[in-house]
Design a protein around this ligand. Structure first.
Ligand code: SF4
Length: 381
């Protein structure tokens, strides 16, 4: 079976005010250079550890995420990719994505990445309103979103994603419509559109808790979600997952691996993986991660062998996030038992409440079910 690879690059220029991801600001000067070189050495050794464990597995997608991978020199990213290509067998149609923040890479660097084999880029635009970018603590302005997008196109990227966030404190519906329109004017192949989550411990969540900043209400967020759905579908983008939209044929293959609950290799500090029915997460702390690898050990903070029941539940929970839903046939082939036999009662109840749709082949969340996704999925646990 093919495998997806996720590589985590935990460095950013500075920490955004809403961010709870495993990322740190890259220290300036020699300290930063030393840390990066130790981290990259560890990442390369981790690739080698897995090559010995897995052999030359076929790879269907590679995703460089972060953090902000493009704070590293393009040559370093290319050399990691080259090592992956030498260690595994890349499928002919492989999708290779790099995440980038506007303003962190110039056109020459983008060309270098393109010729090294990266064929998809995901730009963290988040908003086209200067005040909102500032509130989020982003390092870039609106102008840099446009210029980075144009440079990526010039460099030969024909598959570009833009990340956008709605539900930013102080954001009006008009502002959100405007952000959507500006994003659409660039005609990206893919849009990931997330509602802002206020993560505990982040400066933005503290501002909201102390009353310095007024959050968007849940009702406002629902309206923004509906406007997104309506605007993007009118412009030819199909929502294929709760938060992801694509032009026909441009769904992100890497992310589909997660939603189909298929195996993937997670590499780097804090990365998660799913291999041979075992889920694992690497240590988030860079020092611990580097130390364990230097001793020749897998840098895992935890791992858990999935029971057949957990695997079924994960397959349902993730499959239902997809617009086309969970295929009864695929479920039966994978688990050798029919979905209805196992979950017929819960399914009928959710259908009765109008939260799940069923076309005979696939089972999927309805519009209302998507808004209450956690409630629905809890019925299958
Ligand atoms: S760029 Fe992304 S990973 Fe880095 S601090 Fe901002 S939100 Fe977090």
């Amino acid at each position: 079976m093919g495998l997806a690879i996720y590589l985590h690059i935990p460095f950013c220029v500075k920490k955004c005010r809403y961010c709870a991801f495993n990322s740190i600001p890259l220290p300036p000067g020699e300290d930063g250079e030393l840390l990066v070189s130790r981290y990259l050495r560890a990442l390369k050794e981790e690739i080698s550890l897995y090559t010995s464990l897995l052999g030359r597995r076929e790879i269907t997608s590679v995703y460089f995420g972060g953090g902000t991978p493009t704070v590293l020199p393009p040559g370093e990213l290319s050399s990691l990719l080259e090592l992956c290509a030498m260690s595994f067998t890349f499928s002919g149609e492989i999708e290779i994505t790099v995440e980038a923040n506007p303003g962190t890479i110039a056109e020459t660097g983008l060309r270098e990445l393109r010729s090294a084999g990266f064929n998809r880029i995901s730009l963290g635009a988040q908003s086209f309103k200067p005040g909102e970018l500032e509130l989020l603590g982003r390092i870039h302005g609106v102008g840099e979103i446009y210029s980075s997008f144009e440079e990526a196109r010039n460099a030969g990227f024909e598959n570009i994603n833009l990340d956008l966030i709605y539900g930013i404190p102080g954001q009006s519906l008009e502002h959100w419509r405007d952000t959507l329109e500006r994003a659409l004017s660039l005609r990206p192949e893919h849009l990931s559109v997330y509602g802002l989550t206020l993560e505990e411990g982040t400066p933005l969540a503290e501002d909201v808790a102390s009353g310095r900043v007024q959050p968007c209400s849940e009702e406002e967020q629902v309206v923004m979600w509906e406007v997104t759905e309506e605007t993007l579908s009118r412009r030819g983008y199909q929502r294929y997952e709760i938060s992801n939209y694509a032009l026909p044929g441009k769904e992100c293959r890497h992310n589909l691996t997660y939603w189909y609950n298929l195996p993937y290799l997670g590499l780097g500090a804090g990365a998660h993986g799913y291999l041979g029915k075992t889920r694992y997460a690497n240590h988030e702390d860079l020092g611990t991660y580097i130390r364990l690898i230097s001793k020749g050990e897998l840098p895992r903070a935890w791992e858990e062998r999935q029971t057949p029941e957990q695997e079924r539940l994960d397959t349902i929970i993730m499959g239902m996030r997809l617009r086309r839903g969970l295929s009864r046939k695929v479920f039966q082939q994978r688990f050798q038992i029919s979905f209805d036999q196992l979950y017929g009662t819960q399914l009928e109840e959710m259908k009765r409440q109008g939260l799940i749709g069923d076309d005979g082949e696939n089972i999927f969340l309805t519009g209302r079910g998507r808004l209450l996704a956690n409630y629905v999925l809890a019925h299958f646990v």
